[in-house]
Design a protein around this ligand. Sequence first.
Ligand code: IMP
Ligand code: MG
Length: 170
Amino acid sequence: MGLEVLISEEKIAERVKELGKQISRDYEGKSLHLVCVLKGAYTFLADLARAMDISVTIDFLAVSSYNEGTSTSGEVRLTKDLDSGLEGLDVIIVEDIADTGLTLRYLYNMLQRRGPKTLKIVSLLSKPSRREIDIPVDYVGFEIPDRFVVGYGLDVNQKYRNLPYIAVAD
Ligand code: IMP
Ligand code: MG
């Protein structure tokens, strides 16, 4: 597989710091509960949380929306739930990429039923041209074209998550 750099390590670092600052301003004086969507968002979560200067707590869940490779199954399954409840909390879902929007709609609806005070979404990447479901993504790192990307947490068949940059895989 050929890998072509789409977003460099430096560009990612700069944008993630901006997002951290912006979110910190928006939630000034509040405590923010970050819900990281495993596995793809783990790198983003780590950098984003460290770019925030407000009080933050972190929890993890995992979903599987893709079978193997790069084709979607169209079905979302919760494979690991959060450790604690969301009642009364200011919550942000931290996702790696908004593609069709199926995963985020599933997560948003499921977590909304748990009674958070507020619920928002931050996604490092978004492919607007692929969107099938009109789910509002409150904070987006980068809009990218309809190419399959890996690195900075994102994988193909569980590989390339450790690349420090985002690359097009084809
Ligand atoms: P959606 O439900 O179609 O929005 O898909 C979201 C999930 O698909 C993401 O959380 C990723 O796990 C995966 N995904 C979508 N596009 C890509 C990509 O270009 N590279 C790696 N994973 C992707
Ligand atoms: Mg994902």
